[in-house]
Structure formats: C-alpha cells, structure tokens
Design a protein around this ligand. Structure first.
Ligand code: ZN
Length: 78
C-alpha cells in the first residue's frame, strides 16, 4: 500500500454529512481522493456514518511573506 501525500492535502474519510460541513467551510477545498472507490469506510470525524476518502486542502494562502523582502534587498544592493 503506497499513499503519496502532497504537501498540504490531507486524506480523510468523510460521510456525506461531514462532507457537507467541510464544503461549507471557507478556506477549505474538498476533493474526492478516488472517484472509483466503492467501499465505504467509517467517517474520520463522526465515526458513526460511512463515506469515501477525500483530500482536504486549505485554499487560502498561509503566508504572503514572499511578497516582500527579497526583491527590496536586491534592488538596494544594485
Ligand atoms: Zn461523518
């Protein structure tokens, strides 16, 4: 079993109810991990219902620190 994790996405099992809650949350993107998954698994959150695997990704950028800093230094030196 090999799962490749990308930097910011988290693999989570969500039942339809929790999936809806996540979809209504701002700054979070929910993506179906495997569209062909047929076996339902226990939901990671409520652990009562069953659902499929989803990737949860934050859509809002964490930091905009790269916006300033480097370029200013370089232009000053030149
Ligand atoms: Zn749930």
């Amino acid at each position: 079993m090999s799962r490749t994790f990308t930097d910011e996405s988290t693999l989570t099992t969500l039942c339809p109810r929790c999936l809806n809650a996540f979809r209504n949350t701002r700054g979070i993107r929910v993506r179906r991990a495997d569209p062909w998954q047929f076996t339902k698994e226990p939901c990671t959150y409520c652990q009562t219902n069953f659902g499929y695997d989803y990737y949860i990704q934050p859509t809002s950028p964490k930091a905009t620190s790269f916006k300033k800093g480097r370029f200013d230094d370089e232009s000053e030196c030149a």
